[in-house]
Design a protein around this ligand. Structure first.
Ligand SMILES: Cc1cc2nc3c(=O)[nH]c(=O)nc-3n(C[C@H](O)[C@H](O)[C@H](O)COP(=O)(O)OP(=O)(O)OC[C@H]3O[C@@H](n4cnc5c(N)ncnc54)[C@H](O)[C@@H]3O)c2cc1C
Length: 618
């Protein structure tokens, strides 16, 4: 029997963007919900920490989305508290800044004559003798940039982020990271020149982003406030410890504050591995084993307050120097001037990537702050005496890891959970997916619609790259914008964009860019020429005026034996068939050749562009 809206109560696990968006949507539809959040603050990874009035994020959080429902919710919640900020994020190496997106020219000039020469030589070597087979991330980048550039600009940072030597990361992973390449979009954009206004929008989106005045946490604290004014209760400090299920349904949850709460529907944004461990009665052993194969990379931010007005003008910088452990440094007042209480001071977030069971994670706060101070001094940004205060935030499970085992393990767990009919998984760790805020929010919006009777496949959000490509193409976005939109959600069925108009254009372009079959085209031209000359001659035999007959007889210079007679019609037709075939064949050949050239050029341009943006995906 269907439960009416009034009788429904949805239990939401996690008070991050996904969990709170679910509560927000349910509230709009008049459905009660209870959110259980294990920390003492909402926002999850998208929280903003407030330390003595200095605000900082867990990694900077840009707000960018192509999905209207998500953008609408952001605008509705924060109204005019959103800032549009310019993006600047360079690479810092050997006390020098290098542009990012990556520019070979800039790198070569910045590194001096000797280094530049070795870079050029190693690049040439890679072009002439590429590594084969191309098995690892190291091979993949070396083949495209040369070993020297790989070593300076990719190796150290990638290894800091993932904690795995590049020689052990598969080349497939690198290729996946930059699958934003869409040759089709590039060709289309080259053909259908973007109107100026459209170009401006694209440029703006690449170089700027939206950001709440007081950081992303401002968004999620406001959502909490709004849902609590409605039909939702948000329990903080309330980790879910047990999830009771029977007969293919979740019945209730048990939270740390000793309450058992029943619900009709359940939405979980907690890490899948933990969800499985908390199901009671315990699930089959092979499911538990599979869930243990889902791994995470953890993250520490050491925020340092420095008695210095200006340090660097970037929002964040990538630290490629192997001499220090820090991977990235955020300058929060460059995200929003409202993030610091005193404009004469600066708050930097030094980001360390680690595993929950390594030495870094278990180091005391004091030691971490000391290390961060030391490294900031080594990098030349501040002396230790200028650093007046600091604090540490540890964020477990910041990145779901895509290793060799995760896909099969995830499929096993997904298969099992699909049998629990009133449970939906949403968000980033909730689905073990590299989801951004907007992907995470979209999964929750769709989950609520499912509770209302729709039938969305949440796993399709941010999943199928080819489908995603199609959507981008429909939007007439430039290849540059595609690089950003690669990290953005796909929008299942309900939110298609410009579908009919673009699919017509797409079809026309596909037709225009298809290779011509030389034989078929030549035969067609030959037959058309035959028919034309044959019927024109016959017509003149029956009813020809002397002037036209004389002009037509000029053909006689080329078609030996041709005259205005029935026999001549066959002779002229025969010659036309032959010459038509030859011309048709040559035309198709030249056209295919030039088409190949255009496609090759666009592909190279696109590859260069996407390689420039690679760090954003690492
Ligand atoms: C360094 C970094 C930079 C990022 N930058 C961006 C960016 O620029 N733009 C962007 O859009 N996105 C960015 N993201 C991604 C963004 O942070 C996530 O997409 C988003 O926070 C996911 O929301 P979520 O609710 O699914 O998960 P989370 O934010 O992880 O929230 C899940 C919540 O569940 C709670 N929880 C866990 N277990 C339990 C339990 N047992 N009981 C109760 N509660 C529990 C957690 O405490 C947490 O609050 C970034 C992520 C990282 C790591």
């Amino acid at each position: 029997m269907e439960t009416s809206k009034q009788d429904k109560k949805v239990i939401i696990i996690g008070g991050g963007p996904a969990g709170l968006t679910a509560a927000y949507e349910l509230n709009k539809h008049g459905i009660r919900s209870e959110v259980f959040e294990k920390d003492d603050i909402v926002g999850g990874i998208s929280r903003t920490v407030n330390y003595k009035g200095y605000r900082f994020d867990i990694g900077g959080h840009r707000f960018f989305t192509k999905v209207k429902v998500v953008q609408d919710m952001w605008d509705e919640v924060l109204e005019n508290e959103f800032l549009l900020r310019d993006r600047l994020s360079r690479i810092y190496y050997k006390r020098k800044f290098f542009s990012y997106p990556f520019e070979v020219k800039n790198a070569v000039f910045g590194l001096g004559i000797f280094n530049s020469m070795t870079i050029v030589l190693s690049y040439l070597k890679a072009q002439i003798f590429p590594i084969k087979p191309e098995n690892t991330f190291e091979h993949w980048i070396t083949n495209r940039f040369g070993y020297r550039l790989y070593k300076i600009f990719f190796k150290t940072y990638t290894e800091k982020v993932w904690g795995i030597p590049c020689s052990q990361i598969s080349s497939e992973w690198a290729a996946q990271r930059i699958r934003g390449l869409s040759l089709f979009s590039a060709l289309k954009n080259a053909l259908l020149k973007q109107p100026a206004a459209n170009k401006d929008v694209i440029k703006t989106l690449i170089n700027s982003f939206h950001y709440p005045k007081l950081g992303p946490g401002m968004m999620w604290e406001k959502v909490r406030e709004l849902v609590e004014q409605g039909l939702s209760t948000v329990h903080i400090n309330s980790g879910v410890d047990k999830i009771y299920w029977e007969d293919g349904k979740i019945v209730s949850i048990f939270s740390g504050n000793k309450q058992s709460v029943q619900g009709t529907d359940f939405i979980s944004s907690m890490p899948i591995r933990e969800l499985i461990a908390k199901l009671d009665p315990a699930v089959p052993k092979e499911i538990i084993e599979a869930s243990k194969k889902l791994n995470y990379r953890d993250f520490i931010t050491v925020a340092l307050i420095i008695d210095k007005k200006d340090i660097f003008k970037d929002n964040w910088i990538y630290i490629h120097d192997p001499a220090v452990n820090v991977g990235r440094i955020q300058n929060f007042k460059n995200w929003s001037p409202f993030m610091v209480p005193d404009p004469k001071k600066t708050c930097l977030g030094l980001e360390y990537f680690c595993f929950e069971d390594d030495n870094f994670w278990s180091m005391s706060d004091e030691k971490l702050i000391e290390l961060a101070k030391e490294e900031l001094q080594v990098l030349g940004f501040a002396t230790k005496s200028q650093i007046i205060d600091g604090t540490v935030v540890r964020m477990p499970k910041a990145y779901p890891v895509y290793d060799d085992e995760y896909k099969a393990a995830l499929n096993t767990v997904k298969g099992f959970l699909a049998n629990i009919s009133n449970l939906q998984l949403v968000g980033r760790n909730g689905m073990h997916k590299y989801n951004n805020q907007d992907h995470s929010m979209l999964t929750s919006i769709l989950a609520v619609r499912n509770i209302l009777g729709a039938n969305y496949e949440l796993w399709n959000v941010n999943a199928d790259q080819d489908y995603h490509e199609e959507i981008k193409d429909r939007e007439l976005v430039s290849s540059e914008l595609s690089q950003i939109s690669y990290t953005q959600p796909m929008t299942p069925g309900e939110f298609p964009m410009h579908k009919s108009k673009d699919s017509l254009i797409d079809k026309a372009i596909i037709r225009a860019f298809s290779r011509l079959d030389k034989f078929a085209f030549a035969t067609a031209v030959g037959i058309a020429s035959f028919l034309f000359v044959f019927s024109a001659t016959l017509f003149l035999v029956i009813k020809g005026s002397p002037e036209i007959v004389n002009s037509m007889l000029l053909l006689n210079n080329y078609f030996i034996g041709y005259d205005i007679s029935i026999k001549g019609a066959f002779i002229g037709g025969g010659y036309s068939l032959l010459w038509g075939f030859i011309f048709g064949w040559l035309f198709a050949y030249i056209r295919n050749l030039s088409l190949g050239f255009v496609i090759y050029r666009e592909k190279r341009k696109l590859q260069a562009q996407s390689l420039k943006d690679l760090l954003d995906y690492l």
